[in-house]
Design a protein. Sequence first.
Length: 288
Amino acid sequence: MIDLLFGPFIEFGFMRRALVGCLALSLSAPPVGVFLMLRRMSLMSDAMSHAILPGAAVGFLVAGLSLPAMTLGGLAAGLAVALMAGFVTRSTVIKEDASLAAFYLISLAGGVLLVSLRGSQIDLLHILFGSVLALDDPALWLLGGIATVTLFGLAAIYRPLVMECVDPLFLRTVSRAGGPVHYAFLGLVVMNLVGGFQALGTLLAVGLMLLPAIAARFWASDLSGLIPVSMLIAMLSSVIGLDVSYRADVPTGPAIVLAAGGLYLISMLVGRRGGLVHRLFRARHLEA
């Protein structure tokens, strides 16, 4: 059983690199996804994942498939869209979800157009869907650095971030930390989307962030349980997705996200906190 599951990682170096990169992403992205879920901002992360595309495309036009150029471009574009959406929300009658949707559509179309000006269809697919099996040392350092900054950043803003999830009005009453914490959290979201972009592409970067966080809700009820369970589900998704991708010869990024989706469906069915089977048996017990 162990050889069946871990054989490809023992035999091939590129599989080990892909696993290390996905595990690093599994440590940082799911906790961010948990807070997005608690703040009812889950769909915002999908919009932000597309917002990094124009910056990555500009980096591609300047330096080709260069990790530093595409990373810096993606970070700049993501942070710019987050700030512009916040400015539009505070200055006009448009709500935050609507302004993000507008910038998301503009960013996606503009990024695809920019890549198409110089690149081939293969380059476009690389940017949209990632190339986790081609992660090199700089990409692994980047993912490890993002994971480290994210975990320390969440630890630093943990208390006001939790308070903002529970009662943002109370936080604004007793402290002025709400605004800085909000923007710091958006910065962590953008960083993890850029990290996910390196492995899974812009279209699937949000998958390893949100699906494990949502699935964890069926197993835990508070943050002390949600965060570690979401990390564990993301790690299992990475191992299963990489293994299935190798053995079935299917695209790796979609396989990892589909593995996370499968674990979400299993959690929805048999999860001990609100799973369908649990609720069904509890209802029958009450009827009896």
